[in-house]
Design a protein around this ligand. Structure first.
Ligand SMILES: O=C(O)CCC(=O)C(=O)O
Length: 274
């Protein structure tokens, strides 16, 4: 079995969603935008318009489906992962990041890079609608602590960020192990791999709806786990054919995307992991 994927296969872009009506362009509340009930309540084994849905509670039963999703799509949604990341924690975290992104720019700028691009990214010429906060390694309590200190996080915010970071890191390792197992590799030592955390915000108005929220890119990571908005879509992934496929919102799921490190040939893959 191999993950034999050209880089372009994993490419994705963020298009700001087509609006139905905008009462106030300053307000980015989801109620103003078209609802896409493509995947209102995912059931184990159900599909979201073709994008594979992997049931994290059904292993090894889903191993073949997982590997097929990696090979055919380079991304998939997961369901039934709440033993790692409870729904309430996802909601709490959303509340925390909303307030962090609302902080004054001078405070957000304190979120400095550990490696290039790992910290705060202000809207730029290339990505004028995109802003992000970042944390280099969410597996490191020290890094999480430093991030919270930079942003003057209140004790309850710090607590939520710490819990979320731990939970998502555990989940990422579990997904990594499952992919490894599907490839016939048991016990791949993912512990110690840095796990970057990014909080993305797209600011859009009437004029910018339909344009790119962030430029076309692949992820340089092994895996990306994305907690996306439950209502507003916009993410598109490139299929093997070169056409873009819209990833519709799907509440109570997470999107997993394979990055460049996963997109290497089997022989190299074995070489790099063992
Ligand atoms: O924010 C999104 O929905 C996608 C973000 C993305 O592609 C990325 O952070 O690499």
């Amino acid at each position: 079995m191999k993950l034999d994927l050209p880089n372009t296969f994993l490419a994705k872009q963020k298009k700001l969603p087509i609006k139905r009506e905008v009462q106030n362009p300053e307000i980015q509340e989801s109620r103003n935008f078209q609802r896409k009930p493509a995947c209102s309540k995912p059931m184990a084994g159900s599909e979201s318009k073709g994008l594979p849905m992997i049931d994290m509670q059904d292993f090894p039963g889903q191993l073949a489906k997982l590997i097929e999703a990696c090979e055919e799509w380079g991304c998939f949604r997961i369901v039934n992962f709440q033993n790692f990341v409870p729904q309430s924690l996802m909601q709490d975290m959303k509340g925390v990041i909303r307030s962090l992104l609302d902080l004054p720019i001078e405070i957000k700028r304190r979120n400095v890079d550990v490696i290039a691009g790992s910290g705060y990214m202000a809207p730029s010429k290339i990505n004028p609608l995109y802003e992000a906060l970042g944390l280099y390694d969410m597996a490191s309590a020290q890094d999480v602590d430093a991030f919270c200190t930079q942003l003057d996080a209140a004790p309850h915010q710090r607590q939520t960020i710490l819990r979320y970071a731990r939970a998502v890191n555990e989940l990422m390792m579990d997904i990594g192990h499952k992919i490894g197992e599907g490839l016939g590799l048991k016990g791949v030592p993912f512990k110690g791999w840095p796990c970057q955390f990014r909080i993305n915000k797209y600011t859009f108005t009437n004029e910018s709806v339909g344009s790119s929220g962030v430029q076309l890119h692949t992820d340089s990571s092994f895996l990306t786990v994305l907690q996306d908005d439950e209502i507003i879509g916009g993410l598109e992934v490139m299929r093997k054919s070169g056409t873009f496929f819209a990833i519709d919102p799907c509440p109570e799921t997470l999107l997993v995307n394979l990055g460049d490190i996963a997109a290497v040939r089997k022989s190299f893959y074995y070489l790099s992991l063992l």
